[in-house]
Ligand binder design. Structure first.
Ligand SMILES: [Zn+2]
Length: 128
């Protein structure tokens, strides 16, 4: 149900945006999804289809772009993309300290990739 609640909040936000911009038809909603949300793009698209029924978004396509997680090192202040170790699935890695790629310290914090954002909405606007 993780994907369904995410899809609902995307639909809510997109409907609000569409209503405030005099939109008559939405063609696509583009979202960026952080790697640490563990949302599966296919599942999100499927749930978006269900959640958007009977709204202005019905029939619109959800385009999901995955973005890498980011970490910041508290030892050397390096900040960058999280480097997941290949042998640890990311679902587990988020609970284990990630090593700083610069100084190998484990004193890192996740600074990005834990949420999702609507980047833009492709829509047809009614003539004024
Ligand atoms: Zn470091």
């Amino acid at each position: 149900m993780h994907e369904f609640s995410a899809a609902c909040s995307i639909v809510d936000a997109a409907v609000q945006a569409a209503e405030s911009h005099n939109v008559k038809k939405v063609n696509a909603v583009n979202v960026e999804v952080g790697e640490f949300t563990f949302l599966i793009p296919e599942q999100l698209e499927f749930n978006f289809e269900i959640a958007s029924k009977k709204t202005i978004l019905e029939g619109a396509k959800l385009n999901v772009k995955k973005v890498r997680g980011r970490i910041k090192c508290q030892q050397c202040a390096h900040e960058g993309e999280a480097q997941l170790q290949d042998d640890i699935p990311s679902q587990v890695a988020i609970f284990a300290p990630m090593k700083c790629p610069k100084c190998q310290s484990s004193a890192t914090v996740i600074t990005g990739g834990k949420d999702f954002v609507i980047t833009n909405i492709e829509a047809e606007v009614s003539a004024p």
